[in-house]
Structures are given as C-alpha cells and as structure tokens.
Ligand binder design. Structure first.
Ligand code: KG4
Ligand code: ZN
Length: 357
C-alpha cells in the first residue's frame, strides 16, 4: 500500500501561532493528526487590537515548541513529514516572515518540498477537513480582515463576485464590541450579549443594501453604533444594541447571499449547489442559522467548518498543502511573504472613499 502523505502546516499571519499535521485515511479523505493553536489575545488585550511588533515577537518565542508539539501529538517522526506548508500571505509581514522562514528552513533541512499557502485559501478549503467537498462551490469568506463572495472553480481558481468596500464583518463586530466597552477581540462576545437583548430596539443603517450587487459595506453601521453608545444608560440598552447590530448584519447577509446565489448560478451553472461559509465570523450561530435556513429554501447544501476550525489555524493551511502536494505544486525556498494576496488576483481593488458601484 502506498504511504499516505503527511503534511505539516504552519500559520503565523496575524495573532495566532499554529502548527498541524494532517494526512489521509484509506478513502482519500483528510484526517487531522494534530492541531495546535496558541492565541496571543493576552498580549494585545491592553492595546485594543493587534500590535504587529509584539505579535511577531510572540510568534518567534513560540514557533519552535508549537511545531514540536504538533509533531509529538500526531505520533509521527519529523523525518516522516512529506512536505512543509506555511502561510505566505496575506497578513502582517513581520508575522508572516516567522512561520514562512521556519517552514522553509525545516523543509530545506529535511530535504522535503516546501509549499507557500494563501491564508484565505486555507479558510476556503477548511470545510474539507470534516466533510466531503468537491469543486465547484460558492464561498462566503467572513473573517477579521475579509468579507467576500467567491466562486471556487478549482484549487487556485477563484472568481470574486462581491467584497466589502470598507470594513470586514469581523472588524465591524470587533469595533462595535469596543464601543460597548468589551475587551478585544469582542466579536464573539457580541453574540453572547445579543442573546439577552431586543433586536428590534435600534434601527441601524444597511449601507449599499439596494445597490452594488453582492458587494458589502459596514462602515456606516459603526458610525451609527457610535452615536447610540453615547446615549446608552444601562446594561439592557447595551444588550439591545448588540442584538440590533447582529440582526442588521444578518439581514444584510440574507439579502446579499441571495444575490450571490443568482450570480454564482449564472456564472458556473453548477450541477450541485454548494455554499461554503468560512472564516472566524462563520462561528456566529445567528449568522449560521439564517444561512442554513436560506440554503434550505434555495436548495443549496450549506457547508461550514467545525466551530474550532473557523478561526485561524494551521490544519487549514496543511489542507491546502495536501491538495498542492498531490498535484506536485511546490514552491522555491525564496518564495516571498505577501502582505496583500487576493484569491482573485484579477478582481478590481474596491476599497476607500468614492467607490462607484
Ligand atoms: O478568521 P479569523 O480567525 O481571523 C482572520 O483571518 O481575520 O477571524 C477573526 C474574526 C474577528 O474579527 C472575530 O471577532 C470574529 O472573527 N469572530 C466572530 C465570532 N467569532 C469570531 N464574530 C462574530 N461572532 C462570533 N461568534
Ligand atoms: Zn483568517
């Protein structure tokens, strides 16, 4: 029997240092042998956001033992690794450089192939770690830095259907949390507070709701939240604002996802209609439930990564590594870190004031 590939994935693009070993079972489905994630939340808490210099220093301190632990926990020997896959972008360059250099050095010393991975492609393929998923599919990527609808035709073949023209959804959650006095990263806490509040208490704006196809915009929401927080007098009003904010996001995603479905079908004419939702915000149960219900109505198969693989992790980086390894798509050891690396490189840059939709 052929030896199943053993791939080491390394992730250090932002504030999580992570390493993972994955392989395949007898049916050719991926299996996660280890998945170690060390978050830097405590390092950045007092600053209310990620401080690049501190993040990089923390990656440097941890990377050796995180990779060692991933190898130890998987039960394999280091020399059995078939390829090393590191995130090469997008992200903070000082952070990316840590995992990228470590991965290249390890691959070089083991004399095994090195694979440079796009972090966003990691999120895009993350549901493959727990469910059978073949191309093509529609992807909604919602994280701290990105909010995009993409049609995924094949490995590395992406067509962007819509994107945010200002803030990412995760960013909007984190900024709203900050305005409500919740410690960084507050996104997940908004969901907790929203459960205790009245979602109909505040009427918040839905920027570009009736135009711009499935492009998204959240900056106006943050401004509205800021105005209301100045008048908030008690905890109940805080909970109501969290609930109203989350409801507004859900309504925006409901409408924009329907538009994305139509555009995807026009473009791809898929035999099976599959909708993948990935990235940190995919952990939000309110958003999940709405999208699952919408999929039922529109005859789509909704596919989510397990909650623990929604946020940044290295198993998803190893997943891309595994697919590229099987296609012998390897990279040189001088592969650069890329702070900006869109999945659809041909799509127009759509950010900033004065964007015409
Ligand atoms: O994918 P991710 O871990 O990192 C990036 O690549 O950005 O996403 C992190 C983002 C943060 O903005 C965080 O607040 C948000 O995902 N997030 C959530 C929830 N869990 C994480 N936002 C809303 N509800 C959640 N339950
Ligand atoms: Zn991410």
């Amino acid at each position: 029997m052929n030896k199943k590939p053993l791939i080491l994935g390394i992730e250090s693009s932002c504030d999580e240092t992570a390493a993972s070993i994955i392989s395949e079972n007898g049916k050719g489905n991926p299996i996660v042998l280890s998945n170690i994630v060390s978050s830097q939340v405590d390092v950045h808490k007092e600053f209310g956001g990620v401080v690049p210099e501190l993040a990089a220093r923390s990656h440097i301190e941890k990377i050796d033992w995180i990779v060692q632990k991933a190898i130890d926990d998987s039960g394999i020997k280091i020399e059995d690794i078939d390829a090393v896959a590191s995130t090469a972008g997008p992200g903070l360059i000082v952070c990316l450089s840590v995992g990228l250099s470590f991965g290249k050095a390890l691959a070089g010393s083991l004399k095994k192939p090195f694979i440079a991975v796009n972090h966003l492609e990691g999120h895009a393929l993350s549901p493959k770690l727990n469910s059978e998923l073949n191309y093509p599919y529609l992807l909604l990527l919602i994280s701290g830095g990105h909010s995009q609808y993409l049609s995924v035709k094949n490995l590395g073949e992406y067509k962007r259907l819509g994107t945010t023209i200002d803030d990412a959804i995760g960013e909007a959650f984190d900024k709203t949390a900050k305005l409500l006095g919740i410690e960084f990263p507050g996104g997940p806490q908004i969901e907790v507070l929203a459960k205790k509040g009245d979602p109909d208490r505040y009427n918040l704006p839905k920027p570009i709701f009736n135009k711009g196809g499935c492009n998204l915009s959240f900056a106006g929401l943050k401004t509205a939240v800021l105005k209301i927080t100045k008048e908030i007098k008690n905890d109940q009003e805080k909970f109501d604002l969290a609930a109203s904010f989350q409801k507004t996001i859900i309504e925006i995603l409901f409408k924009k996802t329907k538009i994305a479905f139509t555009e995807f079908e026009k473009q791809i004419k898929p035999k099976e209609k599959k909708f993948v939702v990935a990235g940190g915000v995919a952990a939000n149960k309110g958003i999940r439930n709405m999208l699952i219900n919408l999929c039922k109505k529109e005859k789509y198969n909704p596919i989510f990564p397990p909650i623990e693989l929604c946020g940044d992790n290295a198993a998803m980086i190893a997943m891309v590594g595994l697919e590229k390894f099987k296609l012998k798509k390897f990279d040189n050891l001088d592969y650069p870190g890329k702070p900006r690396w869109p999945l659809d490189e041909k799509a127009a840059f759509l950010k900033g004031a004065g964007v015409k939709l």
